[in-house]
Design a protein around this ligand. Structure first.
Ligand code: ADP
Ligand code: MG
Length: 226
């Protein structure tokens, strides 16, 4: 089943010196359960593409479909709810709330959605992500790798169909980065989740099933890995 699709996706930013064409007609299709890496030089449009896939920003032209639903057809409230239920985000800087402990951070999206916490599932993913001993610790007492694992657990906690990760290992050393992505990959496989990960790191990209190369706002390569 197709989970993500873009059709002739374009994004132009207005800047004081004129316009920046960040995306110039991107057509991609990603199936359920795929683990896709998006690579490309700085400024090529990777973050813009990821933000469009997740409905964090609106296209200038073209469309984005998530599980067959066209995001541009939703109003902002519908989009917020759709996003919370279907899409998990992981960013480079973790974005944990410092005043909440690990458990509270992880369960925040579920509680915001007014749903009950599935304690069994939570125990399972925090175990997999090696966070069982850290549930009642505050984020500032954790290492970078641990904080990113909390952010991943939070992203997985609502069992989203899609996980969008923008340079998730950008602040981690390479061994920790590989470990974090390995855990991300095995957790997502277990639950048939689709992962799209933007990365600069070639070793991390090689862990994916498929590598999409973006250059100058266009897809310049799309290959399945052996
Ligand atoms: P990448 O993530 O591959 O480094 P981005 O998607 O962040 O690339 O940026 C693509 C292009 O769009 C760059 O030229 C960048 O400067 C520009 N850009 C990104 N976001 C904005 C914005 N909010 N306003 C203006 N220009 C932007
Ligand atoms: Mg970026």
């Amino acid at each position: 089943m197709e989970v993500l699709k873009t059709v002739n996706l374009k994004k132009t930013y207005q800047v004081s010196s004129g316009e920046v064409q960040a995306l110039r007609g991107v057509n991609i299709s990603i199936m359920e359960g795929e683990f896709v890496a998006i690579v490309g030089s700085s400024g090529s449009g990777k973050t813009t593409l990821l933000n469009m896939l997740g409905g964090l920003d609106k296209p200038s032209e073209g469309s984005v479909y998530v599980r067959g639903e066209r995001l541009e057809n939703m109003d902002s409230e519908e989009l917020t709810i759709f996003r919370r239920r279907n899409i998990g985000f992981v960013f480079q800087n973790y974005n944990l709330l410092p005043i909440l402990n690990v458990y509270e951070n992880i369960t925040l999206p579920i509680r915001l959605d007014g749903m009950g916490v599935d304690e069994g599932f939570l125990k399972h993913i925090t175990g997999r992500l090696k966070l069982s001993e850290k549930l009642y610790h505050m984020p500032e007492t954790l290492s970078g790798g641990q904080q990113q694992r909390v952010a991943i657990a939070r992203a997985l906690s609502a069992k989203p169909a899609v996980l969008l990760c923008d340079e998730p290992t950008g602040n981690l050393d390479s061994v920790t980065g590989m470990e974090v992505v390995g855990l991300l990959k095995s957790s997502a496989y277990e639950f048939q989740q689709t992962i799209v990960i933007v990365t600069h790191n070639e070793e991390i990209a090689q862990m994916a099933d498929r590598i999409i190369r973006i250059e100058d706002g266009k897809v310049k390569g799309d290959a399945y890995e052996e």
